[in-house]
Each structure stands twice: as structure tokens, then as C-alpha cells.
Write a protein that binds this ligand. Structure first.
Ligand SMILES: C[S@@+](CC[C@H](N)C(=O)[O-])C[C@H]1O[C@@H](n2cnc3c(N)ncnc32)[C@H](O)[C@@H]1O
Length: 172
């Protein structure tokens, strides 16, 4: 959180905000920033909206895939805990709750869609925090990001039962 505060962001977005806890916490600390959230699941959008209201912060919530409906917005902070679990591809594109976790091949189908958009989403001081698991092949993703002229740091790794988690910090 302190790194994000130091970056003094004006525009922050959480993709796939789910309950809205993360973007609400950011909005509570970064009172001058404009905070957005998106989720493909309309019920998650309602949950995010309710969480922000209950905590007296302003979060503008949009039901969309990734950030595809934002035209010409450049974000200073992008946070994404994607659906990263290895599943069949059909689960990724269904309508059910499986979209909360289903990542398809290598768990990367949504992650790869997102990374293709990333160069056009970040401001010059932009930072993206992306959560991955080992099955997503983080080193391959990092090499791909280097090829896209991004800098990447692994800022956190944690092993929990059944998952080895990585948080990437991606910046220009
Ligand atoms: C792993 S959950 C993360 C939820 C919450 N951000 C958290 O950290 O607890 C992934 C979220 O991404 C949403 N999601 C899945 N595919 C998406 C897409 N293409 N665009 C936007 N949101 C998506 C899901 O509905 C779900 O809320």
C-alpha cells in the first residue's frame, strides 16, 4: 500500500473487483484519487458498489470485460487478481460463477487478453499489480512483458496450501 500512496495516483482501477474490498481499501487511503472498478459479473459490480457505499468512499463501478469500455483513459494504478486457475477453456467463457476462477489453458487465457491491452491502459507513471500462480508460468509472463518494454518486479511470493502465489509489479 505504501508504494501506491507514494506514487500519488490520480486514476486507479481494479479489474475483477469481486466483493470490492481491495478497491474500497485503496479509495479509503487515497482520498484524492478517482477510483474505478470493473467486473464481468453484474452481481460482483453490485457487491463492489455496496462495499464502497458502506465504507463511505467513492468507487465508480462498471460492468464490462477487463477495461475494454474505457476509451482514452490512462490509469496510474491497475490492480488485477485475475481468474488464474487452470481449467477447460469453456469455463472461461461461460456465464456462471466459474468466471471468478477459471483461467483456461495454463490459467492464462484472461491474463493474456489483459496483457495485450496493458500498453494502452497505463499512464507514463503507471503501475500494475498482477497476481499469478506458479501454473501461470510467471517467468514466461515476465519475459513477455520485458519484450513489451515493461519493467517487472516480483514484489511478493507466498506459498499457501495448493497455491504458490506471485505478485508482479509491472511499470514503464
Ligand atoms: C479471483 S476473483 C478476484 C475477486 C477480488 N478482486 C479479490 O481479489 O478477492 C476474479 C474476479 O474477476 C472477475 N472477472 C473474470 N473475468 C473477467 C473479465 N474478463 N473482465 C472483468 N472481470 C472479470 C470475476 O467475476 C471475479 O470477480
Amino acid at each position: 500500500m505504501s508504494n501506491i500512496v507514494q506514487a500519488n495516483p490520480d486514476f486507479i482501477v481494479e479489474i475483477g473487483s469481486g466483493s470490492g474490498v481491495i478497491i474500497t481499501a485503496l479509495a479509503a487511503v487515497l482520498k484524492d484519487a478517482r477510483c474505478f472498478a470493473t467486473d464481468i459479473n453484474p452481481e460482483a459490480c453490485i457487491a463492489t458498489s455496496n462495499t464502497s457505499i458502506l465504507n463511505n468512499v467513492s468507487v465508480e463501478v462498471c460492468n464490462m470485460t477487463l477495461l475494454t469500455c474505457f476509451k482514452e483513459y490512462l490509469f496510474d494504478v491497475i490492480v488485477f487478481n485475475p481468474p488464474y486457475v487452470v481449467t477447460d477453456t469453456e469455463e472461461v467463457f461461460g456465464n456462471g460463477i466459474a468466471r471468478a476462477w477459471a483461467g483456461g489453458i495454463d490459467g492464462c487465457e484472461v491474463i493474456n487478453q489483459f496483457l495485450k491491452l496493458l500498453p494502452n491502459l497505463m499512464s507514463s507513471k503507471g503501475i500494475c499489480y498482477l497476481l499469478l500462480i506458479k501454473e501461470n508460468k510467471p517467468l514466461e509472463i515476465i519475459n513477455m512483458l520485458y519484450g513489451m518494454k515493461f519493467n517487472v518486479d516480483i514484489v511478493k511470493q507466498r506459498k499457501v496450501p495448493c497455491e504458490h502465489l506471485y505478485v508482479l509489479k509491472i511499470y514503464k
